[in-house]
Design a binder for this molecule. Structure first.
Ligand code: ZN
Length: 419
């Protein structure tokens, strides 16, 4: 089980952005014999493993031999993006002899967690010829420096950060000059800077993932939300493919969950529906398929925090290494219902994996994820689960080393469940 956590650490390090997470997942799928299904190409119904990429979103599925149109699907849905700082189109700025990078906040980041860290920069460069190139500066390049306490003695009464004024990283000394950053990144990516027309770039923390605790039973890492789930989903799909069940296991990792999913490649967009419709054999046969299909929506959940227990329901809180938690909300901020919960319970029993609950305290509204969106768009029964983490949306989060393996085992059982 703990070995899987170490593999998760490698996956996270290789995946500073959704585009890199998709590339790393594709590398693993290709190694296992999966082939690309181009979105605009002829549709293949041959048995075997296939994947489809659009930007930071990845779909992958296993078509078992002998499946007919209308065969039910077992879908694992997660998201590839994480809260961070995103570079603005004209990044070169600065003041008082410092060169800085203009950024805006992406998603619901804990801003303070980005302070005083060695930061890298990664993403994609879009060229005039229509192609995109991945770039990853994985060495200390940037820092968002705190103000010394001597210059603000009140800071420990409550830190206030203005995202326009206080979150701009420095990247060296000198006068800012238009085009500097892109010129530097073009050299890193080995492309002509004059051919770079646009970019999607984010900062990422460079501290390597580490095991923590006396028994090393915890894993500290960036982007556990939600690369821990993406990693388990790819592992579960590959394990399900080996069993070649009479259902079709499907993985989807959406971009843009952290900003509400309402984008062309987000969960509220048309991509999953169009791909599932084609896997199901068309509009007529998809009705039968969708009626018998199920979706496991997987996103990290809140581990009980010992210093803030008042924020939790005392009988529905979870701990690291107790297995993934089933997420329930009466107002369907999580899509779980009783038959879905039973399917999850069956999967956990088959996999001999323990499971916990997360239900929010009645006075603390809970978050949400892709599950309710997929359920609403497609009418497919969906169940929300996730491994417990501390410090969700921090630049560095914390989970148990056993849980990624337990989640992968339970998800494999869910994705091969013929019931
Ligand atoms: Zn998440």
């Amino acid at each position: 089980m703990a070995d899987l956590a170490l593999d998760l650490a490698d996956f996270i390090t290789a995946s500073p952005t959704p585009y890199h997470a998709v590339a790393e997942a594709v590398r693993r799928l290709t190694e296992a014999g999966f082939t690309e299904q181009p979105e605009a190409g002829e549709w293949s119904t041959e048995p075997g493993g296939r994947y489809l990429v659009r930007d930071g979103t990845l779909l992958a599925w296993w078509q078992p031999a002998g499946t007919r149109p209308g065969t039910p699907m077992r879908i694992f849905a997660a998201h590839t993006d994480s809260p961070t700082l995103k570079v603005k189109p004209r990044p070169d700025t600065g003041a008082a002899g410092w060169r800085q990078v203009a950024v805006e906040v992406y998603g619901g980041a804990l801003w303070n967690s980005w302070l005083d860290r060695d930061l890298g920069l990664a993403g994609r460069l879009a060229l005039y010829d229509g192609s995109t190139v991945l770039v990853n500066v994985a060495r200390p390049l940037l820092r968002v420096p705190q103000l010394a306490i001597h210059l603000d003695r009140q800071v420990n009464q409550g830190l206030t950060l203005d995202p326009q004024q206080h979150l701009l990283p420095i990247w060296g000394l000198g006068a800012p000059s238009d085009g500097d950053l892109i010129e530097f990144l073009a050299a890193e990516a080995d492309v002509d800077p004059d051919e770079v027309a646009a970019h999607d770039l984010v900062v990422h923390d460079l501290t390597p993932p580490a095991r923590l605790g006396e028994e090393e039973e915890l894993l500290a890492a960036p982007r556990l939300d939600n690369l821990a789930s993406v990693h388990s989903g790819i592992g579960a799909l590959l394990a399900a493919a080996e069993r070649s069940p009479g259902v079709i296991p499907v993985f989807v990792g959406f971009d843009h969950e952290e900003i509400g999913s309402e984008t062309a490649t987000g969960a509220a967009g048309p991509l999953l529906e169009s791909v599932l419709t084609r896997i199901a054999g068309g509009f007529d046969t998809r009705i039968a398929s969708f009626a018998l299909s199920r979706c496991l929506s997987v996103d990290v959940t809140h581990a009980a925090h010992p210093n803030y227990l008042g924020q939790y329901d005392p009988t529905h809180r979870s701990l690291p290494n107790g297995g993934p938690a089933l997420k329930v909300n009466a107002n369907q901020r999580y899509a779980t219902d009783a038959p879905g919960a039973a399917a999850w319970a069956r999967a956990c029993r088959d996999a001999k994996a323990p499971s916990q609950y997360f239900v929010g305290k009645n006075t603390v509204p809970c978050g949400t994820t892709v599950g309710p969106i997929v359920a609403t768009r497609l009418g497919i029964r969906t169940v929300d689960v996730g491994i417990p983490v501390l410090s969700m949306h921090s630049a560095r989060e914390l989970c148990g080393v056993q849980d990624p393996g337990l989640l992968t085992a339970a998800a494999t059982a869910f994705m091969t469940d013929m019931t």
